[in-house]
Design a protein around this ligand. Structure first.
Ligand code: FPP
Length: 251
């Protein structure tokens, strides 16, 4: 089925977040080292960024490396960092061609300096692009991010800039690394795992979740369009009743 042609262009999620999972298992199935799966995963990244441009998704956040991933075997961590540096260097002209702006969230200072430098270069080189904003979550965890926000708000209170009784959700949001973008309406996780693994815990409060058994290196445009179609069939109630959302419904 051609899923793309069934997508309603008036109901495209502005922001999609993806947990790209299953690279290691995919590689093992091919009798290869886990890192081979990460290399193949880059092709899926390229496809999905393109797919976003094709249907008008404005923001795409990819969970590329979590705080917890630092605990993986050193060879795998080193190989992933090298892959990031080489991919970003190689793909920047392509990002520019497609109008993609690169941004990152996470504890960037914990990344190797070569990786930080490459990221900064690509962020600067793509800053004027407007089609899709590709946000890489690198050395990211939501608990890390929320803890940082709480620390900064506490400092505001200590400095008499804010009182405890005035603290609202908007203050926390202002200190999250995603504060300039809308929250994702759709979160996709590949590989059959049904968890959010410390990813955008605050920002996904009202997101629709889509889980697929497909392993990330095999995830293609068609699979992405299918996820968007599934999103479009959901009724997003934000805590209201069905009849409040659409007055003609009977529930
Ligand atoms: C999860 O699969 C995947 C990762 C931890 C890394 C994802 C990184 C890439 C796809 C490369 C990204 C490159 C760019 C430029 C964004 P896993 O290793 O946890 O797989 P498993 O669950 O089967 O072990």
């Amino acid at each position: 089925m051609d899923f793309k042609s069934h997508i309603d262009p008036l109901n495209i999620p502005k922001h999609v977040a993806i947990i790209m999972d299953g690279n290691g298992r995919w590689a093992k199935k091919q009798g290869e080292d886990r890192i081979f799966g990460h290399y193949e995963g880059v092709n899926s990244v390229r496809e999905i960024v393109e797919a976003c441009g094709e249907i008008g998704v404005r923001f795409l956040t990819l969970y590329a490396f979590s705080t917890e991933n630092w605990n993986r075997p050193k060879e795998e961590v080193d190989a992933l960092m090298e892959l990031l540096v080489s991919t970003i260097a190689m793909e920047t002209p392509n990002l520019n061609k497609k109008g993609v702006k690169l941004r990152v969230i996470g504890d960037i200072e914990s990344l190797p300096t070569s990786c930080q430098a490459e990221l900064q270069e690509s962020i600067a080189a793509t800053a004027a692009n407007t089609t899709v904003t590709l946000i890489l979550a690198l050395s990211y965890s939501s608990k890390w991010e929320i803890t940082n926000a709480v620390k900064q708000i506490a400092q505001q209170v200590v400095n008499n800039k804010l009182t405890v009784k005035d603290i609202q959700a908007k203050h926390i949001e202002a200190y999250l690394s995603t504060n300039e973008w809308p929250d994702p309406e759709l979160m996709i996780r590949t590989s059959g795992e049904h968890r959010i693994s410390n990813f955008l815990l605050w920002q996904l409060a009202y997101a629709e979740f889509y889980f697929t058994d497909i392993l990330w290196p095999e995830f293609r445009k068609q699979d992405f369009f299918r996820a968007v179609l599934s999103y479009q069939k959901r009724e997003r109630r934000f805590g209201l009743t069905s009849s409040q959302i659409s007055p003609n419904s009977h529930s």
